[in-house]
Design a protein around this ligand. Structure first.
Ligand code: GAR
Length: 193
């Protein structure tokens, strides 16, 4: 079985979309793949409750308990490796990862970012797209490299920016697309493994 480990920090709506797609499209049979675990760096992440409700193993590796990025990443890697993952999927995981961690999972570490990369890496992407006067915005699924919000692009979705949009409205429009492209990109990758 190809195990997928999903890392979350917050609400976990992308994680939920992936879990739903895996069930709906029968990833177990089609790709011999399953969502094996959800790991959060925050004990209060809503994604953990969602995972528990789905009967998926969940775990917290609280970054506040570690005094360096290296020691946190080492503990995170131990938690991940317990599930022998074919893919490690960052779904709203809001920690900068060390080069050693990224290298360990090279080629099997994915991220979704709420902008049309290479535009707007980093934070506050929706507000920045509005302030730049963009007419379109979107989301990107990409392989993770040691450079933040960079790496080979697997999928993108474009949404319009409408007159009078707030950052929250734009974020919600982008998020609905994230929920479509992330499971699809993962499925495409699973088909090649
Ligand atoms: C999503 O919009 C995702 O693209 C973004 O955080 C949100 C998480 O939502 N990720 C990043 O900004 C990573 N740099 P979710 O917890 O509901 O999936």
């Amino acid at each position: 079985m190809k195990n997928i480990v999903i890392l979350v920090s917050g609400g976990g709506s992308n994680m939920a979309a992936i879990v739903r797609a895996a069930e709906r499209d029968n990833w177990r049979k089609r790709y011999l793949a399953q969502v094996a675990a959800v790991i959060s760096n925050r004990p209060d992440a809503g994604g953990l409750r969602l995972a528990a409700a789905e009967g998926i193993a969940s775990e917290v590796v609280d970054h506040k308990a570690f005094d360096s990025r290296e020691s946190f990443d080492a503990a995170l890697a131990r938690a991940i490796d317990a599930h022998q993952p074919a893919l490690v999927v960052l779904a709203g995981f809001m920690r900068i990862l060390t080069p050693g961690f990224v290298a360990r999972y090279q080629g099997r570490l994915l991220n979704i970012h709420p902008s049309l990369l290479p535009a707007f890496p980093g934070l506050h992407t929706h507000q920045r797209a509005l302030e730049a006067g963009c007419k379109v915005h979107g989301a990107t699924v990409h392989q993770v490299t040691s450079e933040l919000d960079f790496g080979p692009i697997l999928a993108q979705a474009v949404v319009p920016i409408l007159p009078g949009d707030s950052a929250a409205e734009l974020s919600a429009r982008v998020l609905t697309q994230e929920h479509l492209i992330y499971p699809r990109a993962i499925a495409q990758l699973l088909a090649t493994l």
